[in-house]
Ligand binder design. Sequence first.
Ligand code: HEC
Ligand code: HEC
Length: 420
Amino acid sequence: MRRSRIWAALLLTCFCSEGVGNERARGTADAGPVGDSRRELSLPPHPLNYVTVAFPKHVSEVEARFDNQPTDNPITNHGATLGRVLFYDPTLSRNGSTSCASCHLQSRAFAEDKRTSVGFEGRSVRRNSMSLVNLRYYRRGKFFWDERAATLEQQVVMPIEDPIEMGHQLEELVVQLQRDPIYPPLFEAAFGDGQVTTDRLSKALAQFVRSIVSFRSRYDIGLASVDSVLEPFPNLTAQENLGKSQFFGRARCAECHLPDDDDRPVSQRQAAFFQLAEPTVNGIDPDADDVDRGLGEITGQPSDAGKFKASSLRNIELTGPYMHDGRFHTLDQVLEHYNWSVRPHKNLDTRLHDFAANGLAIPEVEKVALAAFLRTLTDHELILDPKYSDPFVKPTGNGNSNGDVERPHGGNGRERATAG
Ligand code: HEC
Ligand code: HEC
């Protein structure tokens, strides 16, 4: 009963009035950016379901082996809902312009179509945004292209303080959210009381991100109707099935992008997550000092130079440009790399040694088929699923001069303080 009152209250009062905005502006010069004063959330009275998801067998049978969810932060419906609101809230950035979703778009399977991302003041970061699909099942549980975040709970607050991405400070942000009428009720529903803390902020964001799992593509429908992933799928075209046989066979893509414990019989290997087992070198760069050294930069080990993690290949059709620096714009360019352009490197993954020497050399017909197979991994339900969508109500454009929700102008001087 308590819960439903909270939610009813949220629905009624989240049309945060001018007065609230003024109060926040008046209250503190230190509270960071004042968000738009007319923000309204659209959340149902009962939270959406993030906990009990009906995975197909090929996911449910293997998920426990790969799950990186920590015991002290299991997904709850209220926790993931709070995470969703935070994820879409631009007031988490210094000047109120940039949310997580600015660079991780649902329509792009939570990546974006820019070569490298642009932060809150219009400056570019050096790498390409990563898809946030299936992070829960990255067994090593480390994040970023170079794995510099040791857990997802650590990772999700790093963009907030990154000087290019969102430029805020967690200490100030916690005070700001505590004063924002939207948040205390959401924190209460998720954690039992309305106290905003950095730990809770990070837990809620991590819950939301872990809830983003993709399992509703044509590939999944096909796999559910056969005994082995190696059989032709009845719902795929002959061309897509030819591409699938390349992916699992001659082109060796599955050996890296669909890994499992080597001692497992084929019949028990996972065919679900499409994530690498660990960062490795796929030969896009030479072994040189002037290139991004990825994991090697973090560990300082020469044997890690050039190693990168990659996002899940699920929804790869939507997540381009590709590679850590977004150098390839099309899947065809990616396949051309593996086909003819794998470069020698002292840490090149042994699975690619033969391609570096002789080329993968798959003929055009098979190459086009392989790209067609990769497009069967697109999950159209994921990119439309309301539980992952922006919960803030868009302005109606009724001529109201305050209607510009996306570019709030708090006028608290902080934007000027950090500009330049
Ligand atoms: C300015 C654009 C931008 C914003 C804003 C942003 N990200 Fe990212 N995100 C990126 C880029 C670029 C990378 C890859 C960076 C790297 O590896 O060096 C990334 C990587 C990640 C990863 C790692 C994924 C993996 O598989 O290892 C996660 C998780 C993530 N972001 C979540 C978030 C969350 C949560 C927020 C909001 C608090 C956020 N991002 C805000 C651009 C952005
Ligand atoms: C030796 C392991 C290995 C093999 C084999 C391999 N890849 Fe990769 N792949 C990687 C690594 C590592 C990256 C990330 C490299 C980077 O960005 O620096 C990657 C990146 C990618 C990307 C870009 C992902 C993104 O989100 O930007 C695609 C697409 C891809 N590979 C497809 C394939 C296909 C198709 C095959 C088979 C022809 C294949 N890979 C074979 C290791 C491998």
